[in-house]
Design a protein around this ligand. Structure first.
Ligand SMILES: [Zn+2]
Length: 332
């Protein structure tokens, strides 16, 4: 590692098999199928071999399952940071009422602390979903940072296309105006800043997207590109890192458990980008990408990156703007 290189963050959302089945409308999610006991040891081995620590955003419901206790405890034993990824990974998290949001955050905290021995200081909402109520609750509960925002235009456009081409029932169920909400989210700052809240402020560390172009650079997207050519995926990532260095953006790179899993490990997730590839190919790509990342930056868990960003100072204050502002009628 180049220790004089500027700091950057690395985190992994420990989204389980059931969260993907749920977001793609597969009824099998209700049985909560899990691949954590396969994925987590493999992920931990990868980082142990490279003497690296990162942040794992853990779903509280998974932390509450006895079957996961051993592997989740090992995350903390290996020196990684445990972050809060809500209790139920609710697809409508951003439009839940403040009481439900508080429950999603607090209940996850208890479960994650019991499983790992760490009380989370960082938060990431499910599927990049965030609201002002969530920020206020995180600030009051003493969180150091939120890491939910994902400033890209590609996801809302892809989502609108998916809804346009989906069944009439799914299309009718889609929230009107969500494309415009998504485009507004895409215009948020790329570099860390502080949310200005009623009773203080809270550090935001966005999931980094390509400076200027605002295209995703996380591993799911790189695996999608690697489906065409590994060289293309790597050149694209290196171009993004050079742009980050040139524009002074300390990046926060996002991984998922599925970046370590292939079609040889899990069936039924072929609808996800990169899940038709073999695990060995995906880990080879990860090996190269993480090595590239460490040549450009000093890679830290998000909590340590947040401390570095705060001590550098000069963070702009940003007023939260989210729509809808409150809970929607008829929703839990
Ligand atoms: Zn997630």
């Amino acid at each position: 590692m180049n220790s004089t290189a500027p700091p950057a963050a690395l985190s992994l959302d420990l989204d389980n098999q059931w969260t993907y089945l749920r977001s793609h409308g597969r009824q099998a999610w209700k049985e909560y199928p899990s691949y954590l006991n396969l994925a987590v040891p493999r992920i931990l081995e990868f980082f142990r071999a490279r003497k690296m620590a990162i942040t794992f955003f853990i779903v509280g419901r998974d932390a509450d399952q006895d079957a996961h206790r051993e592997v989740l405890a090992q995350i903390a034993n290996d020196g990684h940071e445990a972050g809060n990824h809500t209790y139920g990974h609710e697809p409508d998290f951003n439009i839940l009422g403040p009481g439900r949001i508080a429950e999603e955050i607090a209940r996850a905290e208890i479960a994650i602390e019991r499983a790992t021995g760490q009380c989370p200081a960082g938060f990431r909402g499910p599927a990049y979903k965030l609201s002002q109520a969530a920020l206020e609750i995180l600030q009051k509960r003493g969180y150091r940072y939120d890491a939910t925002t994902f400033p890209t235009y590609l996801t809302p456009l892809a989502g609108a296309y998916q809804r346009f081409t989906s069944s009439p029932a799914a299309r009718d169920g889609a929230r009107r105006g969500s494309l415009f909400d998504g485009l507004r989210d895409g215009a948020r700052p790329l570099a860390p800043y502080r949310w200005e809240l009623a009773e203080g402020s809270l550090l935001e560390v966005p999931v980094t997207t390509m400076p200027v172009l605002r295209l995703p650079i996380h591993l799911t997207y790189l695996n999608f590109l690697a489906g065409f050519s590994t060289r293309l995926a790597r050149s694209y990532f290196l171009f993004a890192l050079r742009l980050c260095r040139a524009t002074g953006v300390g990046p926060s790179l996002l991984l998922h458990a599925t970046d370590f899993l292939g079609c040889d490990d899990v069936s039924g997730l072929g609808f996800l980008p990169g899940m038709k590839r073999q695990s060995v190919e995906k880990i080879e790509l990860l090996d190269k990408i993480i090595a590239d990342y460490r040549r450009f930056f000093t890679v830290l868990p998000l909590g340590q990156f947040a401390a570095a960003v705060e001590s550098a100072g000069g963070l702009p204050l940003v007023t939260p703007r989210f729509t809808p502002a409150g809970p929607r009628g008829g929703k839990p």
